[in-house]
Design a protein around this ligand. Structure first.
Ligand SMILES: [Zn+2]
Length: 1037
């Protein structure tokens, strides 16, 4: 029998065991379908069912049986002469790093059950044997960075990480499967006490035996978890820490919301503020209320409670949920958040069993599902709900036409509306639901509306001449069902580029166009999708070049993070008030200044999104633009939204971090629009003490109008246990240790990242302060852990909580992100990425902080095809994002969720190129620099890579996956590739190894009381604390 005693307030008084064969709710297994699309194996392909149907891969019919098509002997890949290396390294960097890093006893890697590929085992298929190392990289590390900073310091007596710790270190990582994932409840009580598995020691002598390979590895933790979740479902009520966010998993909602919708930083919450402070962790909830689901997951139930609406607590207004307890034979229900005993409304009454469980519980999703949606009656309306109106605002200026942006945007809209697969009736699948409508406005110096009524032969243009005070020049025919008016719309969008090819107005009047859009949507609410390709310098709200490009030390003037322009601010606020939001597709002319701080303010305030193409080149970027418009239109969207989070007595909401308006503290968040990709963070503080005999509860409620025009509330309920940490209890230390076992690393990162964005955007903190603050938070977490949870380890070791093993790496990724990095950075990109981080979900953030890097030149034959065991794509293992991992002749796919690069070593085999791109592409120079997708070829490698790309498409946030070439020594994107290798020294910050050394030293100082802490977010911090410590002064901050 599973032990649910960990959760006290089940609400029903019944043991709720999903694994109990006798229980009445549907067992998980019934609901399980493997995640993601099914990838088929070559040998399973019937001859008449070629790959093209599903993945566009070539026919494999001719290859019978298990044998994948291998090259014939004569088709081998030759090794080009290695002499051509331009930049032979003096010595591998690793060797010198090994001198200071040692004694790492991580022991975790094998626990996940993935076999890491050793070089010797590599399949020779596409290998190019080259003498020498490929460690050095043209342009990397950035010139002028002293390589020896830490080496010197080590020589001066800073203790090197010594070996010798191994034997004494317990192997702490629980084996995958039972203790960590998919474990039956009760396992948590048996957590091994040696949770501190990742240690870096400085004590001990002897030669260093460990290379940087032994640092906690993000790719290994992801791949291991991924293998597990290909085979197992994540049950939400078993008191696990959720899977890593960048992993595909099917969750089974057992009354506690799926981590896709809500992730708590700490799933075992200290009962007191003092206890939380002792962990140095933030207490917060990452919410992504409309997050996409994947195949195999139960749909979110939509519940109509009629005119009465859903039952709610009279005192705190919480919605009915699985954790409310029915008493007095069902006549009362006790609120799980505020403990108020409510009378059950007569129409909702139902008898209870002797155990106190409502007889109808299994028929009522709101009583057994963590995330549900209530259809709500009139008192929840501010206006009559209608279907979502999409208004496309198309830039038809000269610049837009000249660079092909206009044409690409028009094609993108068509593909978004009509490019769907055909349904059973032969009609294309509707990307937007029935009831939703679309309209079109074009603008340059003038604003043009279009009547696109289905009865017309072609669209009629009406010019709105009043830029100061826009009005609506037509009543009927602006908004139509896109499928009824398909011919009018397609002909309009096809003709638009030509229509404006001779007009050539250079200056867009974007604010006036937005105000016109607002006039058109004021009554109903809706979503504006606006294109803009030049600084809007015309009409009211005209912007000017306010960035002089002079940013000493990379610090932007604070005014460049936001906008003071009253016209733009007012427009944004009016939009939210009318239930309108705006997405922007911005293409900067040659990377020029667009004032995204001002334009993007509108999308950030209204809950929309800014898609930014810093250097739009039509042949390369049109596909990405098109896919992103399609995604923006097709993803689940709501509008006119309000969000509220409630929590148990003893806690209160301390702040929200995300893109929205909150008029006064404590008020609901207002969002013009909201969609599947948007997440926000809520942080909590204590206004009392949590009762450790009860659980802590959280409920988020998003009130919105669905795209189909229904007013709904989406509720997600989250439960966490409470650990006794009261000072006098004597169990405080144990309580703190127990809390650290249930930390969700992705949630902690998300809360800190979003909080950092809030600080940067709304306080006087500059970038340097933010980086110091992030550094400080990293150090505090580990120092706290040492103080309370791993006292048995010698001081000289950096001990990482099992649940936060990759935390330092991710924090380094955050410090290196465009939003926060030191050094020169384009102001538009900085601001845009800062806002992006503020609205990212956990999956997108994880990739953004640590890209996925997959070698393609040595794929095993079966990789990239369905695994016969699981039916899922057999993924090649990802590798660390470091140039030290790069092999001569290698080809690597690197994806950070924003862009996906295909990097080619200069010595890439011509045969590999031919296999990947076609027989006429036998050298890197022969490839088209603007390649954005792979051709469909009849080769094994080509099919493998396309399948892998297809799989990665399912694991993303809002950005489309297209390919960009980064050929060594040829493409400018190579610098972007270097940026994405976040384990190396780059982006004006340290390498992973140096960073760990730095954190470790600071933790030691902290523990020995020699470290003076800077005020939070203020100047100083670790930098000043360490300034007297030779060699440890951070190099760049
Ligand atoms: Zn209540």
């Amino acid at each position: 029998m599973a032990d649910y005693s960990q959760y006290h307030a089940l609400g029903q008084g019944e043991v709720y065991d999903p694994n109990d064969p006798n229980r009445t709710s549907a067992p998980a297994a019934q609901n399980f379908y493997p995640p993601g699309p099914q990838y088929q194996q070559p040998q399973q392909q019937p001859q008449q069912q070629p790959y093209q149907q599903q993945y566009g891969a070539p026919q494999y019919g001719q290859y019978a049986g298990q044998q994948p098509p291998m090259p014939s002997p004569g088709h081998g890949y030759g090794s080009p002469a290695p002499q051509a290396f331009q930049d032979q390294p003096q010595a591998p960097q690793d060797a010198s790093l090994a001198a200071q890093v040692g004694g790492m006893n991580l022991g975790a890697d094998s626990g996940y059950g993935t076999t890491r590929r050793k070089k010797k085992d590599r399949h020779a298929y596409h290998n190019v044997e080259a003498a020498g190392s490929s460690q050095a990289f043209n342009g990397m590390p950035p010139p002028g960075t002293p390589q020896t900073q830490f080496l010197d310091s080590a020589a001066q007596g800073v203790p090197a990480f010594g070996g010798g710790q191994y034997g004494q270190q317990p192997q702490g990582t629980p084996q995958m499967g039972h203790a960590q994932f998919g474990a039956p409840v009760g396992q948590f009580n048996q957590q091994p006490s040696n949770d501190a598995s990742a240690t870096i020691g400085t004590a001990g002598s002897g030669p260093p035996k460990v290379s940087p390979e032994d640092l906690p590895s993000v790719p290994i933790s992801r791949d291991g978890a991924q293998q597990h979740f290909f085979k197992n479902v994540y049950h939400t009520f078993e008191r696990h820490v959720p899977p890593p966010a960048a992993v595909s998993f099917v969750s089974f909602d057992q009354g506690n919301a799926s981590p896709k919708y809500a992730r708590l930083t700490v799933n075992n919450i200290p009962s007191t503020n003092d206890g939380l402070q002792a962990t140095s962790l933030p207490l917060g909830l990452l919410l992504q209320p409309l997050a996409p689901q994947q195949a195999g997951e139960q749909e979110i139930p939509v519940i109509d409670c009629g005119d009465e609406g859903p039952p709610r607590c009279r005192r705190c207004r919480a919605y009915i949920n699985p954790f409310m307890m029915f008493r007095s034979g069902g006549n009362k229900f006790v609120c799980n958040l505020c403990t108020y005993p409510n009378d059950t409304p007569p129409e909702y009454f139902c008898a209870t069993t002797p155990q106190g469980v409502r007889v109808d519980r299994d028929q009522r999703p709101e009583l057994h599902r963590g995330t549900v949606e209530f259809v709500v009656p009139k008192e929840y309306w501010t206006k009559e709900p209608t279907g979502l109106r999409w208004l496309f605002l198309i830039d038809v200026t000269q610049e837009s036409y000249n660079k092909g942006f206009l044409e690409a945007f028009c094609e993108g809209i068509q593909s978004a509306l009509y490019g769907g697969e055909e349904g059973e009736d032969g009609e294309p699948q509707r990307r937007i639901p029935k009831g939703a409508k679309v309209g079109f406005v074009t603008y340059d110096k003038d604003i043009h509306f279009y009547n696109i009524s289905p009865g017309l032969d072609s669209a009629q243009m009406l010019i709105m001449p009043d830029l100061e005070d826009p009005f609506l020049p037509l009543g009927e025919g602006l908004f139509v069902d896109p499928y009824e008016s398909k011919s009018v719309i397609t002909s309009l969008l096809t003709r638009l580029p030509e229509m404006f090819s001779n007009v050539k107005n250079p200056e867009p009047a974007l604010l006036s166009a937005l105000n016109s859009a607002l006039a058109a949507l004021e009554v109903t609410g809706g979503r504006v999708v606006a294109a803009c390709s030049a600084l809007p310098t015309w009409g009211p709200g005209r912007l000017f070049m306010r960035d002089d490009g002079n940013h000493p030390g990379g610090e932007l003037d604070k005014k460049l993070y936001t906008t003071e322009h009253p016209g733009w601010r007012k427009a944004a606020e009016k939009m939210v008030a009318s239930g309108v939001g705006a997405d922007f597709f911005l293409a900067a002319p040659n990377g020029g200044f667009l004032d995204i701080a001002t334009i993007g303010h509108v999308s950030a305030t209204t809950g929309g999104e800014t898609f930014y193409y810093p250097n739009f080149i039509a042949p390369r970027d049109s596909l990405k633009l098109s896919l992103e418009i399609t995604h923006a239109v097709a993803r689940e969207s709501g509008f006119q939204a309000l969000l509220k989070v409630r929590c148990s007595n003893g806690l209160q909401v301390a702040g929200y971090h995300g893109n929205f308006i909150q008029h006064t503290f404590g008020a609901d968040l207002e969002l013009g629009v909201f969609d599947a990709d948007k997440a926000l963070a809520v942080s909590f503080s204590y206004d009392g003490k949590l009762d450790s005999k009860l659980d802590a509860h959280f409920q988020s409620a998003l009130l919105y109008t669905s795209a189909s025009g229904q007013r709904r509330v989406r509720c997600s309920n989250v439960i966490a246990s409470v650990a006794e940490t009261a000072k006098d209890s004597g169990t405080r230390e144990q309580g703190i240790r127990d809390c650290m076992k249930f930390v969700d690393q992705d949630a902690v990162l998300a809360i800190l990242a979003k909080e950092a964005c809030t600080k940067l955007g709304t306080t006087s903190s500059n970038l340097k302060d933010i980086r110091n603050w992030l550094t400080e938070r990293t150090i505090e977490v580990f120092a706290a852990y040492r103080k309370h949870a791993s006292v048995q380890h010698p001081h000289s070791q950096l001990v990482m909580p099992e649940r936060l093993k990759e935390f330092t790496m991710f924090m380094l990724g955050l410090i290196k992100s465009r939003a926060f990095k030191g050094g020169a950075e384009n102001a538009d990109r900085r601001v845009n990425e800062m806002r992006m981080v503020r609205s990212m979900g956990a999956l997108e953030l994880s990739l953004y902080l640590y890209p996925r890097m997959i070698p393609l030149h040595n794929l095993q034959p079966e990789e990239g095809f369905a695994d016969p065991e699981t039916g899922h794509l057999k993924l090649p293992p990802a590798i660390r994002t470091s140039f030290g991992q790069v092999e001569a002749g290698g080809v690597y796919l690197v994806d950070n969720g924003q862009q996906c690069l295909l990097w080619f070593h200069a010595q890439t085999s011509p045969n590999l190129l031919q296999d990947l791109f076609g027989s006429d592409k036998d050298s890197l120079k022969a490839l088209d620099a603007y390649t954005s997708s792979l051709p469909v070829l009849d080769t094994h490698l080509n099919a493998q890579v396309r399948n892998i790309v297809e799989f990665l498409r399912t694991l993303r946030g809002s950005k489309a996956l297209t390919i960009q070439l980064a050929r060594q020594g040829i493409d400018g994107a190579e610098f972007e590739f270097a940026r994405m290798l976040v384990e190396d020294r780059n982006n004006e910050a340290q390498s992973y190894v140096d960073w760990l050394v730095h954190v470790h030293k600071a933790v030691q100082l902290e523990l020995s009381g020699q470290r003076s802490k800077g005020s939070e977010g203020g100047e100083g911090g670790v930098a000043s604390a360490l300034s007297g410590f030779s060699g440890l002064r951070p190099a760049y901050w």
